[in-house]
Design a protein around this ligand. Structure first.
Ligand SMILES: [Ca+2]
Ligand SMILES: [Ca+2]
Length: 173
């Protein structure tokens, strides 16, 4: 038995098979593309965070102070978005870092791949390591841990660990 062919020479069965194959390919590749984009954004954030962490480490070594101007080892120091002038990465705001400030420590203050400020957090809680000092991207959800972080100069509180955050630890030394 021969099947009836249309003008282009394809049988309905052949067309159905091609459509099914296209559907399978799309259903496999769309989540993969989303996954690749997310992974590349996480990589980009990690790369930025390494640079920012190195800048803050140098600021600490030069001045003996944390972002915000508190002496090293001060518990309860505030969190700051890294574009806050009190972070000390671009300017010696109100001379809070004293004469040992040798910045600027960053040529430009980048946003994270989700267009949100990176944050400095001296009491980043809930990570697998416990309470640590970090620079952190709030990740795809643009929120930090237990609360929405206010992306302005004043810490709105609640910046803690959650699974979608990307962070790099800073050691005081
Ligand atoms: Ca915190
Ligand atoms: Ca988050």
């Amino acid at each position: 038995m021969t099947q009836k062919r249309n003008k282009s020479g394809w049988t309905l069965v052949e067309i159905a098979i091609v459509v099914a194959i296209i559907g399978v390919v799309l259903s496999l590749s769309v989540p993969n593309v989303v996954g690749i984009v997310n992974r590349s954004r996480v990589k980009a954030a990690e790369s930025d965070l390494q640079i920012i962490a190195a800048a803050i480490t140098q600021l600490m070594r030069d001045t003996g102070k944390l972002p915000g101007g508190q002496p090293l080892g001060t518990p309860g120091s505030p969190e700051y978005p890294i574009n806050d002038p009190r972070c000390g990465l671009a300017t010696n705001y109100n001379n809070i870092f004293g004469t040992r400030w040798k910045g600027p420590y960053l040529d430009r203050i980048p946003l994270d791949p989700w267009s949100t400020q990176y944050w400095y957090d001296p009491d980043y809680n809930g990570s697998p390591q416990g309470v640590i000092t970090v620079v952190v991207s709030l990740g795809p959800n643009r929120k930090g841990g237990s609360g929405v972080v206010n992306p302005t100069y004043d810490n709105a509180g609640g910046l803690n660990h959650e699974a979608d955050n990307v962070y790099v630890r800073i050691l005081e030394r």
